[in-house]
Design a protein around this ligand. Structure first.
Ligand code: AMP
Ligand code: GLY
Length: 428
């Protein structure tokens, strides 16, 4: 089979690495890819939202399956574009259509969906410019901290957590009236704050059946001890010690089954990943958000733990035979440590030469933001690498990741040295 992966991050490198181990893979293309994906297949310099160029590529290279990494092309309707095209309509796209992608693309849609299908989540209200006063009143009924969410996609910046009421009211006005996040904040969801420990559970579904992929914990803040600005993710660990089988069973019964049943009732034919962001509140799962894709850097620990053929699972998603596919995971712990460009998540410089890659050992180095220039690897993003390692404990795994993060060098390198530390303390 010939496969096309859309995206250019660590997630897509992990997909490419795993697919390149599949016995049925013939040619692999990644658009646009990075210096790491170039070792697994052929990069093609096309944007993930340039649907016409993607069509030409699929046609030209005789692609049999398309795996979509990021949410943007899904929310913009790449799957619908394929289904509505005479030439493309029979080529499976892994990732939901526009209707299913609303689970991520609209916070209001996803909250309504959760309430309709009894999926446990924080209580909320949705407000617009016209109902600003109701929104201000609703804030008065909540205890701090206050959670404000822009309804639409806002490049991961649309969620604000505020500690005092006056500040929350002011931000609500800025979002609704001053369009702080543009059109994305023309509706704002205000939510009750959930106290607990966060984790993510990933589901692969063909719309009828599903496989529960390994759970992972992500480290979102830039600074050690979970301080400083939010990032795309600075590291991840899988499995998550506090997500034991009893907890996962609750997630399956209370969240996964009603979600799949709800999608069916809504007439949404969902084929792809569902990323369920959860809060574990005293052992009870509450959904913080859905995403219509895999997480990054969670993919860099989740996918390596899958011990069966990944392409076979994706084929099952495409033709709705997922229930027939064998699926297994390794018991070992995987950790990933994300190396970033100093300054990230704010302004940073890129284009620095990376050294030491060939001296790493005992880890899988996934590229997140790199570019090839001749035979040189240059930094090309905020997140540059995700260093994934296996071990019999978090400590054993993460020690290998840190060792290799030390070996790799580039100007303004930074990574958190406390990935997994909180979980090690919990599991002692
Ligand atoms: P989201 O984009 O919805 O994942 O929100 C970003 C982050 O804000 C989440 O990962 C949580 O850490 C936090 N968050 C969102 N909603 C809540 C909530 N209702 N209670 C507590 N924390 C939240
Ligand atoms: N690491 C969180 C995300 O991919 O959204």
């Amino acid at each position: 089979m010939n496969v096309l992966i859309l995206g250019s991050g660590g997630r897509e490198h992990a997909f490419a690495w795993k697919l390149s181990q599949s016995k049925n893979l013939q040619n692999l293309y990644i658009a646009p890819g990075n210096a790491g994906t170039a070792n697994c297949g052929t990069n093609v310099n096309i944007s993930v939202t340039d649907f016409d160029s993607i069509k030409n590529l699929v046609w030209e290279k005789d692609i049999n399956l398309v795996l979509v990494g990021p949410e943007d092309p899904l929310v913009k309707g790449i799957h619908d574009f394929f289904l509505n095209d005479e030439v493309l309509k029979d080529i499976p796209v892994i990732g939901p259509k526009k209707d299913g992608a609303q689970l991520e693309g609209s916070k209001d849609f996803s909250k309504q969906f959760m309430f309709k299908y009894n999926v446990p989540t924080a209580k909320y209200g949705t407000f617009t410019k016209e109902t600003l006063n109701e929104g201000l009143n609703f804030l008065e009924t909540l205890q701090p901290p206050f959670v404000l969410k822009a309804d639409g996609l806002a490049a991961g910046k649309g969620v604000l957590i505020l500690h005092n009421l006056a500040e929350a009211k002011n931000e609500l006005k800025q979002m609704l009236v001053d369009a702080k996040f543009g059109n994305a904040s023309s509706k704002v969801v205000i939510e009750e704050f959930l106290h607990g420990i966060e984790l993510s559970v990933f589901v692969l579904t063909d719309g009828k059946s599903y496989k529960i992929l390994p759970a992972a914990k992500d480290y979102k803040r830039i600074g050690e001890g979970d301080t400083g600005l939010n990032t795309g993710g600075m590291g991840a660990v899988s499995p998550v010690p506090f997500a034991n089988q009893e907890f996962i069973n609750k997630v399956e019964e209370r969240v996964i089954k009603p979600t799949i049943a709800g999608l069916n009732k809504e007439g949404i034919d969902y084929r792809g990943f569902i990323f369920i962001g959860l809060m574990n509140c005293n052992g009870e799962p509450y959904v913080i958000e859905y995403n219509c894709r895999m997480g990054d850097p969670e993919t860099e620990v989740v996918i390596p733990r899958i011990s069966t053929d990944f392409l076979d699972l994706l084929v099952g998603v495409g033709n709705q035979t997922l229930h027939e596919k064998s699926y297994g995971t390794t018991e070992q712990t995987a950790t990933t440590v994300v190396m970033v460009s100093g300054g990230y998540p704010e302004d940073f410089s890129k284009g620095f030469e990376v050294k030491g890659l060939s001296e790493t050992n005992g880890s899988q180095v996934f590229h997140s933001g790199t570019k090839l220039e001749g035979d040189k690897v240059l930094t090309y993003g905020g997140r540059v690498f995700a260093i994934t390692s296996f071990g019999n404990s978090i400590e054993e795994a993460v020690t290998k990741s840190f060792k290799n993060a030390e070996i790799i060098s580039y100007t303004n390198k930074y990574y958190r040295k406390d990935i997994g530390k909180d979980l090690m303390a919990l599991s002692k």
